[in-house]
Ligand binder design. Structure first.
Ligand SMILES: Nc1nc2c(ncn2[C@@H]2O[C@H](COP(=O)(O)OP(=O)(O)OP(=O)(O)O)[C@@H](O)[C@H]2O)c(=O)[nH]1
Length: 209
């Protein structure tokens, strides 16, 4: 879980999307700045130290498998939501079904988060393979609209051609995770104040009876 301790923050990130959308390519690009072409389909957990805006951060990144079966995806989602501080949801701009899957994943994640009683779960939507724009089947606008409706950020990138875009994705998510930790702390503070005020008023009412 995220730990805000002075300038330090650790965060767990799940990268999710259907097969072949470039999840491993995005992670490897972020970690090594390189694109190696073939990645195999092994599930991986990476640990990486970065400095963002002067803050030292440790990122644990889970390259997660996707299940076509929605009920097992929902089951796995509970474990992921409990572990994660944020999700990167990836589709390929050349694969409409991968885009539809991201839309379903958002619903599953949000309902799991609500079910578990969690306040916030930062999400980032990524349309990958931007270099293959001549084979595009998902418009940028559709990605942007989906992100707007899910209240999250959206990026279109090419893991194959561009490091900077991929960097923005992970830094954007880390910013969101930090903001969500701050707002959860504030909310807990406000709840604490309301609780002690209502305790005082209840006591006064009881005293005056
Ligand atoms: N043209 C292009 N190809 C890409 C890009 N990103 C990944 N690929 C290719 O897409 C294929 C799948 O990439 P992976 O990173 O293995 O995709 P994945 O989502 O991890 O796939 P699974 O392991 O099956 O879940 C590979 O052949 C990559 O070289 C991209 O930005 N542009």
């Amino acid at each position: 879980m995220t730990r805000l301790n002075g300038q330090r923050m650790d965060a767990n990130v799940v990268v999710l999307g259907t097969d072949n959308v470039g999840k491993s390519a995005l992670i490897v690009r972020f970690l090594t700045r390189r694109f190696i072409g073939e990645y195999g389909d092994i599930e991986f957990l990476y640990t990486h130290n970065v400095v963002v805006d002067g803050r030292e951060q440790t990122l644990n990144i889970w390259d997660a498998p996707y299940s076509q079966d929605l009920s097992s995806e929902s089951l796995m989602c509970e474990k992921r939501v409990q572990w994660a501080d944020g999700f990167v949801l990836v589709y390929s701009i050349c694969d409409r079904s991968s885009f539809n899957a991201v839309s379903r994943l958002i619903q599953i994640i949000k309902s799991t988060k609500d079910f578990l009683g969690f306040e916030k779960m930062p999400l980032i939507i990524v349309g990958n393979k931007r270099d293959l724009h001549h084979r595009r089947t998902v418009l940028s606008e559709e990605g942007r609209l989906l992100a707007l409706s899910a209240d999250c950020q959206f990026y279109e990138v090419s893991a194959a051609e561009n490091y900077h875009g991929v960097l923005m994705v992970f830094h954007g998510l880390m910013d969101r995770i930090r903001e969500s930790r701050v707002s959860v702390k504030k909310l807990a503070g406000i709840k604490g104040i309301v609780k002690s005020m209502s305790a005082v008023f209840t006591r006064r009412r009881t005293d005056s009876l």
